[in-house]
Write a protein that binds this ligand. Sequence first.
Ligand code: CTP
Length: 473
Amino acid sequence: MNQELELNIKEKISHLKVIDTISKVAELVDVKVYAVGGFVRDIILNRERNDLDILVIGNGTDFAKNVADGLGITNVSYFKNFGTAHFDYQGMNVEFVGARKESYDRNTRKPIVEDGTFDEDISRRDFTINTLAISLNKNEFGKLTDKYDGLSDIKNKRIKTPLNPLKTFDDDPLRIMRAFRFASQLNFNVDESIVKAAYEMRNRLSIVSQERTTDEFLKILTSPKPSVGLKLLFDSGVLEIVFPEIAIMAGVDQRKDYHHKDVFLHTLQVVDNISKETENVWLRFAALVHDIAKPPTKKFVEGIGWTFHGHEDLGARMMKKIFHRMKLPLHQLDYIQKLVRLHLRPIALAKEEVTDSAIRRFVVNAGEDLEDLIVLCRADITSKNPIKVEKYLGNYERVMQKVRDVKERDQLREFQSPVRGEEIMQICNLKPSRKVGEIKTAIEEAILDGKIGNNYEEAFKYLIEIKDQFLEN
Ligand code: CTP
């Protein structure tokens, strides 16, 4: 049925030394071995990948040892309790696992690892797109086994569980996050049953370590269009658990004729906008949280409407607790706080009458993150009105021009005549005196006025020209 695909797969894997060695060892020790999981999925999707997952119908660690010996390497890590082993070989992270019918202890999360058959192992995997297996045994090398119609789900861009999702998620609740992460990474749809099961089981995420949950959350932010995953997190109620401050941004309040925009939808748009400009997940994170304090600062002011006074400062202050709770890397905290705190500043600086010192203060506050801040500000423009968009973009351009102007002026202030005092004294036969300074200033002024270029030759020539008029009086 999949002859062409199998040929294609064979062509992609048969030249790999590690695959060849695995085949040979399998022949020698007479066990069945398969490439499985994300490796197979990504080959079919033509995605780059350097993780190779190997399923051994037998003892995974013993098999890994034999393969390592065959390759002549010793850098193997064994996890006997889990029946897994892995090593790096020629830039590939190779992971071996013995087939198991695994279930976790419901409360301790410790896996109960029992040997299983191929079918048992495949059925306890997370999604149908991850259940495909390629045989690596010589007699059927490259043969694809597809027990759960994973191939058609890959073709139809669909995330589904091989078993009832309640069972699949109960085995490992992190799979709730993984479903939405894959949807976002691959731009796939998730089956409705997954959203429902995620909603029902969302509280079970509490038994998963914060690091694993956060890791999946950041993978969603790293995906090409993070709103895909973030929306799914929201629709399933999972966002309330993993990032409640973002979940409560959703919704619109209306009072008299005044309503504000839905901060959650606006934020999704900002995150998608910025993701087109940068791969930097922390800059994307800043986009996600820049308005995080709008809900707690929201106020209706008679005659004015909705206000969010001080949300940039409160938002920056909220970050510390969130970073600790989500176990985010603390060395990124300052950066995120800075971007949140300053995200309104460029709008204020776009006004005509801004002073140099206000610009200078902004340059100093933003420091090396000034470019990132402007990327954030640009992404923050979500108006559908092209005239307004152009106006706002123009404002930021003006601010950056002011920044460049002030920087240039400041540099000029620091600059010095290319012909130095020592030389002026020598040429004019002067002792250290006020006159030396006056001549030097005259050269500098000529450069600032554009009379001569800012280089030694022209400055020297100019010195010769003017020196007599200074020496005369
Ligand atoms: N797996 C699973 N449940 C999990 C994690 C992993 O069933 N909670 C299975 C899946 O079959 C998966 C394989 O183990 O394909 C390898 O896991 P992993 O490397 O974490 O995921 P990949 O699918 O390989 O995807 P990626 O490397 O992009 O995370």
